[in-house]
Design a protein around this ligand. Structure first.
Ligand code: DAT
Ligand code: MG
Length: 145
């Protein structure tokens, strides 16, 4: 099974799309291994998006991602990374395929409602960024229980 990380960004949370996004994820056969509402501070947001440091949009991205709570979700499924990226759609919602999450809810290339890991390595790294390993639920049995 493959692991990936979904973030519902501040616009998705503020506009109450969490329930619908989670419903679609479950309908597509993903298993939720962790889910939490979190308000990112600047250091954590900068660390999460470190790969984009120096890009012209970096400052706006950090301001946006720290502007309100987000929902971080650890997901598992066969082909999880590819499948989630496909469900999310293109970075710019105006380019996103009809029926994708960004096409439905995204406002612009900044406020594009969701993040999905872009590789298997990043899926694991990003899940561990938000969840302590011992708190991730494993095959329906919660760790520490
Ligand atoms: P994605 O989120 O589709 O993986 P990315 O990794 O290239 O896209 O960029 C991360 C986020 O940064 C993206 O979701 C929104 C923001 N971003 C990217 N390119 C941008 C641009 N040209 N202008 C404004 N924001 C941008
Ligand atoms: Mg990306």
């Amino acid at each position: 099974m493959e692991t990936t990380c979904l973030l519902i960004k501040p616009d998705g949370v503020a506009e109450a799309h969490v329930g619908e996004i989670v419903a679609r994820i479950e309908e597509e056969g993903f298993t939720i291994r962790g889910i939490r509402l979190v308000r990112l501070g600047r250091p954590k947001a900068e660390a999460f998006y470190a790969i984009h440091r120096g890009r012209p949009f970096f400052e706006g991205l950090i301001e946006y991602m720290t502007s309100g709570p987000i929902v971080a979700i650890a997901l598992e499924r066969e082909d999880a990374v590819e499948h989630l990226r496909h469900m999310i759609g293109a970075t710019d919602p105006t380019d996103a395929e009809e029926g994708t999450i960004r096409a439905m809810f995204g406002k612009d290339i900044g406020a594009n409602t969701v993040h999905g890991s872009d590789s298997v390595e990043n899926g694991i790294r990003e899940v561990l960024f938000f969840f302590p390993k011992e708190e991730l639920v494993e095959l329906g049995v919660s760790a520490g229980g």
